[in-house]
Design a protein around this ligand. Structure first.
Ligand code: HEC
Ligand code: HEC
Length: 68
């Protein structure tokens, strides 16, 4: 049933928006299917979040980010 799958789909979106630093990659690696971080994600992630000016999780998980 399609309507039951929607919250799961949203959960996938939210999971990442809650912790963008765990998933963020260098911009030029976004389409690389074989991407492996060049340094530990705990080091790279927070740095890229700052460098790219990614909004903090409190904002990225706000309903209006996706539901306008
Ligand atoms: C693997 C991680 C990840 C997943 C999965 C993900 N997002 Fe995101 N999303 C991000 C990050 C990181 C940003 C911030 C990008 C930036 O600021 O440059 C973002 C930004 C956005 C923005 C723009 C916010 C703004 O106002 O600038 C929207 C809208 C959005 N995501 C919607 C979604 C939706 C809808 C889904 C699920 C279908 C989804 N995202 C799944 C990581 C993710
Ligand atoms: C990162 C993006 C994102 C955020 C943030 C987000 N949602 Fe969603 N939401 C989705 C997606 C994608 C779907 C499934 C597709 C759709 O129905 O548009 C969905 C579906 C839903 C649904 C079921 C489908 C519907 O339209 O009735 C509800 C209810 C909902 N969201 C409520 C919320 C509420 C409340 C919040 C804030 C606490 C929230 N969402 C925050 C992406 C998001």
């Amino acid at each position: 049933m399609v309507w039951q799958e929607q919250p799961l789909f949203m959960g996938w979106c939210l999971n990442c928006h809650r912790n963008p630093e765990n998933y963020v990659r260098p911009r030029d690696e976004i389409y690389n299917m074989n991407y492996v971080p060049a340094e530990p994600q705990e080091v790279l992630g927070p740095r890229l979040v700052a460098e790219y000016g990614i909004m903090p999780a409190e904002q990225l998980t706000n309903c209006y980010v996706c539901h306008r």
